[in-house]
Ligand binder design. Structure first.
Ligand SMILES: NC(=O)c1ccc[n+]([C@@H]2O[C@H](COP(=O)([O-])OP(=O)(O)OC[C@H]3O[C@@H](n4cnc5c(N)ncnc54)[C@H](O)[C@@H]3O)[C@@H](O)[C@H]2O)c1
Length: 453
């Protein structure tokens, strides 16, 4: 069993986890709703922000609605290549006279727009962010930050050159749960991290990105050639438009769509801000044989900060979104809805079962000696406590947007800036490169590129 010193350390860890409160039973603690900086009252005229939005599709429509729900935020223009989304932007803002355009540069040219929110497909992120920075606009851009590794560095340079606030939209970083996990880890709850497991599985056509194209979509209401950007020219294809995640030309697969959230949350929780050192990935297209070229099942093993980080992402079986942090003092098991903290003493709680290999006299002597030097009595072993934290789910879009708007006003640095976003995106690109090259890839910081192992 635990000696007193170990027990004291163990109780300290429990106290850290419980925010200083000791409890006698397994505990469930409800976290207060997120809102460390969100005001509960209306803001003054000087705190108002006028923003434009680029891309009002599935995510952009949610981002727009969430931004408008924050005090003092006003949308004054929307750009999208598909006219149906101009109508949608007018509906969400409740403003039939909202400026709408297919050309986002018209928003960047407006002097009365303070900042931009962008939710365009991954292969458009770099251009929109660089153009916004060059036009002097701060920008919130959806995750993953980039479509390729060189793009991320171009984006960082554009932000720095123009002294712009850039925030990437992996919103778990601003969640209450992530904040609590960060606090607990840095309070020593599990000791130094030894391994992380990240996993998420879906099991439905929608989960596998088989979205229904808008019913009226046609080259007359969509600038198809512009949408294609510098990808191979192909005839108008509504499935490419709605299901772009399935193809490498436009998206970043399950890595950029799903893993980037888990990696961003992990970086924040552990206080890391770096690219992985290496990645090796296995996977394939096992179920959704619909013409896609990105895997529907992908596993990755990273060397991240010198420890193994194992990732499993799948579109064929539903499993919870989970990040399991392991250390010598226990486990932090986090999911969308809570954190379960399971402390572990890391010491023997009884004489070693290896004593079964000792002859009887030796065994008796060993057991007597063991109890004489440990403070535990047989049958009176201390129980370990689990603590469960629940609260808002991890999908904390409003606090994340609020963090961005606060940075726009204060000019103070934000956490998920271009450098942080680039590190999370590099992890996604390394996973995909390893998958396609069928071998391990290493990060070479000196050349900001990958090399084979
Ligand atoms: N943070 C999250 O939880 C989350 C969730 C879903 C999607 N996303 C991200 O949001 C982004 C958009 O995803 P989506 O599912 O909304 O895609 P979508 O296809 O539904 O919407 C994208 C919209 O951008 C428009 N668009 C494309 N290029 C444009 C351009 N050059 N100028 C103006 N408009 C342009 C399209 O016409 C379309 O309406 C992606 O990067 C995705 O990874 C993030």
């Amino acid at each position: 069993m635990m000696d007193e010193l170990t027990r004291r350390k163990f109780m300290q860890a429990s106290a850290i986890a419980a925010g200083g409160l000791f409890a006698t039973n397994a505990k469930a603690i409800i976290l207060e709703p997120q809102g460390h900086s969100m005001p509960g009252k209306p803001v003054g005229p000087n705190d108002r922000i006028r923003f434009g939005i680029i891309g009002v599709g599935m995510e952009g429509s949610g981002v727009l609605g969430s931004a408008l729900a924050l005090p003092g935020m006003e949308c004054v223009g929307a750009a999208d290549l598909y006219d149906g989304r101009h109508a949608l932007a007018k509906q969400i803002t409740g403003n039939p006279n909202l400026q709408t355009t297919r050309d986002y540069r018209e928003l960047l040219d407006r002097k009365d727009i303070d900042c931009i929110l962008a939710a365009v497909p991954d292969f458009w992120h770099k251009q929109v962010v660089v153009d916004a920075c060059e036009a002097g606009k701060d920008i919130y851009c959806e995750k993953p930050m980039s479509h390729t590794i060189p793009e991320g560095f171009e984006m960082i340079q554009a932000a720095e050159r123009n002294n712009r606030i850039v925030q990437i939209g992996a919103q778990r970083v601003s969640s209450m749960l992530c904040g609590k996990a960060h606090e607990m880890y840095h309070g020593g709850a599990i000791g130094d991290i030894t391994m992380v497991e990240l996993s998420l599985g879906r099991n439905s056509p929608t989960g596998a990105w088989e979205y229904p194209p808008p019913l009226d979509l046609s080259p007359s209401n969509l600038s198809w050639d512009t949408w294609l950007k510098d990808t191979p020219k192909i005839p108008f294809n509504p499935y490419r438009f709605a299901r772009w995640r399935c193809w490498r030309d436009y998206g970043t697969g399950v890595a950029g769509d799903l893993m980037v959230h888990l990696i961003s949350a992990m970086l924040f929780t552990l206080g890391w801000n770096e690219a992985p050192r290496s990645a090796v990935s296995l996977g394939g297209i096992y179920r959704w044989k619909d013409g896609r070229d990105m895997p529907d099942l992908q596993t990755v093993l990273f060397d991240y900060h010198g420890i193994p980080v194992y990732v499993r992402l799948g579109l064929s079986s539903r499993t919870p979104e989970r990040a399991l942090y392991m250390g010598p003092k226990g486990l932090l098991d986090t999911n969308e809805f809570g954190i379960t903290y399971s402390p572990q003493s890391g010491v023997n709680t009884s004489p070693s079962y290896y004593d079964s290999s000792f002859p009887q006299k030796m065994r008796e002597e060993y057991v007597r000696e063991w109890y004489a030097t440990h403070s535990v009595q047989p049958g009176k072993e201390p129980l370990t406590e689990q603590t469960v934290y629940t609260g808002n789910d991890w999908d904390d879009l409003k606090p994340h947007l609020w963090t961005f708007f606060e940075a726009v006003k204060s000019r103070k640095p934000n956490v998920e800036n271009a450098v942080f976003g680039n590190h999370a995106a590099i992890a996604c690109h390394m996973a995909n490169e390893s998958y396609f090259r069928r071998k391990q890839v290493l990060w070479d910081a000196a050349t900001q590129s990958l090399k084979d192992a």
